[in-house]
Design a protein around this ligand. Structure first.
Ligand code: AMP
Ligand code: MG
Length: 419
């Protein structure tokens, strides 16, 4: 059986960041910058006031104090608006608002609170320092500064900075478009009435949600019956419109394992047994330039496989350097059996260790560990990794875990949904 790590390495050998595109800011949110961004303009773009107050010559007010008030004629009124203000002469002041351009001649701003606030002539009772309350052009960003390096994920602050620099369409790696389909003649779309032997297609919803959380744009195709023709037709129909295909079901050794039947002979997708539990049967390949992940059908197997194999690939396609979940160390709450030859990913809840002990969190099984038992995964905080070395772990053993969740989406604003 192939190791999980070898399978991840094979996938990441093949998958590359999507070709860069210029996208409007709303669509670029959640994308990764594809090239270094240098400032084409300065921030601030011009000297402006940091306060509501009066723009003056420092020489006129330098000696002002409560006992030595200085009175100046107010010769201008400068709001924050388009235009160039008139100069301020010696012995006079211009009322100025926050963000308004500093008038020529003025070299300091007296804040309103240090004056009597009058409009005809103003009395200053405290002396500002030279240059005080002035935001100088370029003091935040100078022209040519490297403001955001390639590889930077664009969140709210980065989007704001791009807008401030008047960059309307940054060059980013677009989000991967992911086609999700499940196979199984027993499947019924959620909301429909179930007949005997039928189950709801939960996988295509779960995998679509997981891919969306990983920053992808989803095209959910739903369930396809276990008919080679039907599967081949749906697959052929979606390949041209997506960057990745994810299927579930039909990859093990059953009589109607349609995904394997259709794709095994193509030479494009390799079907392998992975040394993991759940999720042993896996397939991965590239068809017409589109990576395809054929995940097993059991709902927990499908999602655990997504975590281990698909999520890193999607993050790589988005141009992210760090594609793996953060790991943590947890202490087992009970004895755990090792499955010889297969690494287990147990669904666990994490409880903080007793305060002050400095011990790692304690991992409790979140519920039934069968690969069909989705309810445990639905309340799990992490996947606890039990090595497949055949050595059982007593309660209190420290093991590595993959933390789940934490990246609730996105990212759907401004991007077309294909659902
Ligand atoms: P398979 O891998 O196709 O043999 O499916 C394994 C198990 O997972 C079977 O019990 C299926 O009924 C179940 N299963 C397969 N696909 C789905 C799906 N889309 N949603 C929920 N359960 C599924
Ligand atoms: Mg099936």
């Amino acid at each position: 059986m192939k190791s999980v790590d070898a399978h991840v390495a094979d996938i990441l050998d093949v998958v590359v960041p999507l070709p860069p595109r210029s996208l409007p800011l709303g669509s670029a949110h959640g994308c990764v910058l594809a090239a270094d961004l240098r400032a084409g303009s300065a921030l601030p773009g011009f000297d402006n006031s940091a306060m509501d107050g009066y723009a003056v010559h420092i020489a006129d007010v330098a000696d002002a104090g409560p006992e030595r008030p200085v009175t100046l004629a107010v010769t201008g009124d400068i709001p924050a608006e388009a235009g160039t203000p008139s100069p301020v002469a010696r012995g006079s002041a211009a009322r100025i608002m926050t963000g308004a351009p500093l008038p020529p001649g003025a070299d300091t701003v007296v804040q309103l609170e240090w004056t009597d606030g009058r409009m005809d002539r103003v009395t200053v009772t405290r002396a500002p320092g030279p240059g005080q309350n002035i935001r100088r052009a370029g003091e935040d960003v100078a022209v040519g500064d490297l403001v955001l390096p390639a590889g930077r994920l664009l969140g709210a602050a980065q989007i704001g900075l791009l807008a401030a620099l008047n960059v309307a369409t940054p060059v980013v790696h677009p989000r991967p478009r992911v086609g999700v389909l499940s196979t199984g003649s027993e499947l019924v779309e959620v909301g429909e009435t179930l007949g005997p032997g039928q189950i709801v297609d939960s996988n295509s919803h779960a995998v679509a949600a997981a891919a969306r959380e990983a920053g992808a744009q989803i095209r959910r195709l739903g369930g396809v019956p276990d008919s080679p023709d039907a599967f081949a037709t749906v697959l052929a129909g979606v390949l041209a419109d997506v960057d990745v295909v994810i299927t579930t079901g039909g990859v093990s050794v059953g009589a109607f394992d349609v995904v394997k039947q259709v794709l095994a002979g193509s030479g494009k997708v390799r079907f392998e047994s992975l040394a993991m539990r759940p999720g042993k049967p896996q397939g991965f390949g590239v068809i017409d330039g589109v990576p395809i992940f054929t995940l097993p059908g059991n709902p927990v197997s499908a999602l655990v496989s997504f975590e281990l194999f698909v999520r890193p690939a999607l993050l790589r396609m988005r141009g992210l350097a760090c594609v793996h979940r953060p790991t943590l160390v947890a202490t087992t709450a009970q004895e755990l059996r090792s499955s010889r030859g297969r690494r287990s990913y147990l669904r666990v809840r994490l409880a903080a260790a007793a305060a002050g002990t400095g011990r790692p969190p304690v991992a409790h099984l979140a519920g039934g560990q069968g690969s069909h038992q989705l309810s445990a995964l639905a309340v799990a905080d992490a996947l606890l990794i039990v090595p497949g070395d055949g050595v059982d772990r007593p309660a209190g053993t420290e093991l590595t875990a993959l933390r789940l969740g934490g990246d609730m989406p996105p990212f759907d604003a401004g991007t077309p949904s294909h659902e």
